[in-house]
Ligand binder design. Structure first.
Ligand SMILES: C[S@@+](CC[C@H](N)C(=O)[O-])C[C@H]1O[C@@H](n2cnc3c(N)ncnc32)[C@H](O)[C@@H]1O
Length: 215
């Protein structure tokens, strides 16, 4: 079952932001089976005349469920692809992740570093099974809104490929995590961007940040 839903604070923020700012062309990174954040996007977008939601999911088993769970919406397109290729990944060395100032993953139990290292090996192994990533295959596509909720170690690479072609970022895991912590830190310092909402302690932290002047 999906993680983000219509009844939690992040899910509501996704729906409300889409409606308020008319976000009609959106990208969801990390769709899982289409029952979580995907449904929030669908709820927010369903009353627009023209709309497009692109969903990316790397795991084939989850992708099959995603396709089934969105098949009634012809404006939802699903891709069983990685966002970025292994070659493009900025963080290829686990020590760089673990020692990064942007590592907010709590080191709160014996063996935690080994556990996170295992996630890193598994995630990078999954990415290596693919060639070019979606963001490299479609480098000119612009988005009204993008959710970054894919791999724990690829969020910053995805952001760098999307920053100049996105109006609103929905960031999951931006605080007690590594996934989007560096993204949030950089956008916070950038005068061209402003936060709509940020909650450090809901789940691992979520934030919605918009470009002051839309593309
Ligand atoms: C935290 S889950 C997403 C949860 C989902 N947003 C929800 O609300 O239920 C992250 C998902 O991203 C997928 N993923 C991980 N790395 C990815 C990558 N490089 N490209 C695309 N999807 C990726 C994982 O398979 C996983 O299903």
């Amino acid at each position: 079952m999906g993680e983000i839903n219509n009844y939690d604070a992040f899910g509501s923020a996704i729906i409300n932001t889409i409606k308020r700012y008319n976000l009609k062309n959106n990208l969801e990174i990390g769709s899982w089976d289409g029952t979580g954040s995907t449904q929030c996007f669908i709820e927010g977008m369903k009353d627009f005349d023209t709309k497009s939601l692109t969903c990316l999911e790397l795991r084939t088993d989850r992708y099959q469920h995603l396709v089934n769970n969105t098949s009634q919406y012809n404006w939802v397109k699903c891709y069983n692809m990685t966002t970025v290729s292994y070659e493009s990944l900025i963080y290829k060395d686990f020590e760089d992740v673990w020692n990064s100032p942007y590592n907010g993953i709590p080191d709160n139990e014996p063996g935690k570093k080994d556990l996170v290292n295992k996630w890193f090996v598994d995630d990078t192994g999954d990415i290596k099974k693919f060639g070019k990533g979606f963001l490299e295959t479609y480098p000119d596509e612009k988005y009204d809104g993008v959710l970054i909720d894919g791999g724990e170690f690829s969020g910053y690479t995805e952001f760098l490929m999307l920053k100049d072609r996105t109006n609103v970022f929905f960031l999951d895991d931006y605080y007690n995590a590594f996934k989007t912590r560096q993204v949030a830190a950089e956008l916070e310092k950038d005068n061209e961007w402003e936060p709509i909402i940020a909650e450090k302690n809901t789940r691992n932290g979520f934030a919605v940040i918009k470009k002051k002047t839309f593309l």
